[in-house]
Design a protein around this ligand. Structure first.
Ligand code: NAP
Length: 415
């Protein structure tokens, strides 16, 4: 039996497992995940009010449920098992660890309280166990840096009132914080023009449908070009005037140069294309400028990804998803990429008579690692669904320990 281990249970890892089962009929696939729960970006990246997108988790869940796939949650490479051990236990090892670290702008004041990377901010409103509450209050004006879909997600979540977040699984702590903010202005700032923005049409247009916020363009003359994005922005300018408590202001051709404040953020400074300094008041700034991968055990990343040749890092070691190509594309991009990598792995590896999942399980048990298998994950899932209050689809556990308690209740003594 050919044994393959995939490190990471986000869409890249799960789609790859699915494809490997198709092209390697005798494959046995283990998926390791450092959190007790699967699905990575789907659970902690996709916005909580986009439950339609999060529903892809059901497809991924069916992959984990397959007979020849085993899930090992709460197993961290480098902490619970070494990468070289995995290389000796399995015929192939695949890094599907995503890009969990925020890229930094590298400008003055970036560490001021009130300045947050989008990964940290999105993790917070998605109840990620390692998220901590950013220190800011009394937010009247929020500045969002970047012109991609993450910037749109962050703006939309900030702009929505409690009724608009009904039916979501937004973090209760975040929702309470948001309700307490006297928010009036959200600024989305791009360093290039509207025609260069990376928003997708659907996501941008959705900002025009919000109840307590309306999108405006600070300088309509800056809307040059004829792209779908530019036309949607023109529609915002030309549409009927609406009076809402919050405005979402689009600014273009402004390059961030500094975050300014005494002990906490007060304003963000930009350099305009005309050579002027422009400042926007802000008590919160979220930098939505992309992500980079981090080391996985002894595998080191460079320039935000693991260096690879079409998904191959080295002999029997592969990489897929954002860890391979950087943070780009949509969720279905991973399916296409998984097909290609699965073919490559099928051509390059053979059954090496390695002990695979059995060997891993023995080591984890010897080390008293409280790993979460598929049945235990289902228990966490059921507990989260059942504890949701009316108006919410799920109440996630926001700590690893709470997840493990739900998974292992009455089963194992703590290590
Ligand atoms: P993105 O689409 O790559 O956008 C990043 C933005 O940051 C760009 O506007 C970029 O400007 C800007 N930026 C980068 N470095 C900068 C700097 N030093 N100063 C100022 N601006 C800077 O990335 P993302 O928004 O993080 O999204 C990641 C991926 O997830 C994308 O593929 C996105 O489509 C996807 N996503 C999809 C959805 C959805 O479909 N609903 C939701 C969220 C995310 P330049 O263009 O000038 O480099």
């Amino acid at each position: 039996m050919t044994s393959i281990v995939i490190i990471g249970s986000g869409p890249a890892g799960c789609y790859l497992a699915d494809q490997l089962l198709r092209v390697i009929p005798d494959a046995s696939i283990d998926i390791l995940e450092k959190l007790p729960v699967p699905f990575g970006l789907i659970r902690y990246g996709v916005a909580p009010d986009h439950q339609g997108t999060k529903a892809v988790a059901r497809v991924l869940d069916r992959v984990l449920a397959r007979e020849r796939v085993s899930f090992f949650g709460n197993v961290e490479v480098g902490r619970d098992v070494r990468l070289d051990e995995l290389m000796s236990l399995y015929d192939a090892v695949v890094l599907a660890t995503g890009a969990p670290r925020d890229r930094r702008l590298g400008v003055a004041g970036e560490d001021l309280p009130g300045v947050v990377g989008s990964g940290a901010f999105v993790n917070w409103y998605n109840s990620h166990p390692s998220a901590h509450t950013p220190a800011m209050n009394n937010v009247q004006s929020a500045v969002i840096i970047g012109n991609g879909n993450v910037a749109i997600d962050v703006a939309r979540i900030l702009a929505k009132g409690p009724e608009e977040l009904a039916g979501s699984d937004v973090s209760s702590e975040f929702a309470a914080w948001l309700t307490a903010q006297p928010l009036e202005e959200i600024h989305i700032v791009g360093r290039r023009g509207a025609a260069d923005a990376r928003f997708t049409d659907h996501e941008l247009a959705e900002l025009g449908t919000l109840q307590r916020a309306r999108p405006v363009v600070s300088d309509p003359a800056s809307l040059t070009g004829d792209t779908a994005v530019v036309n949607i922005l023109r529609g915002f300018v030309e549409g009927p005037a609406r009076d809402t408590p919050i405005t979402i202001n689009f600014h273009f051709h402004l390059t961030p140069t500094a975050f300014v404040g005494e002990g906490k953020l007060r304003e963000v400074q930009f350099h305009s294309a005309r050579g002027e300094t422009v400042t926007l008041p802000a008590q919160l700034a979220v930098t939505c400028i992309g992500y980079e991968t981090v080391a996985c055990g002894t595998a080191q990343s460079a320039n935000g990804v693991f260096a690879n040749q079409d998904g191959k890092v080295g002999e029997r070691l592969y990489v897929v998803g954002w860890a391979k190509r950087g943070p780009s594309g949509t969720i279905p991009t991973n399916r296409v990429e998984a097909q290609q990598l699965a073919q490559k792995i099928a051509q390059e590896i053979a059954d090496g008579n390695r002990s695979g999942g059995q060997g891993l399980r023995e080591r984890l048990e010897q080390r008293r690692v409280r790993f979460v298998d598929y049945a235990r994950w289902r228990r966490i899932d059921a507990a989260e669904l059942s504890r949701a209050s009316p108006g919410r689809c799920r109440e996630k556990f926001s700590s690893t320990e709470a997840m493990l308690n739900a998974a292992l209740a009455g089963q194992l003594k703590p290590a």
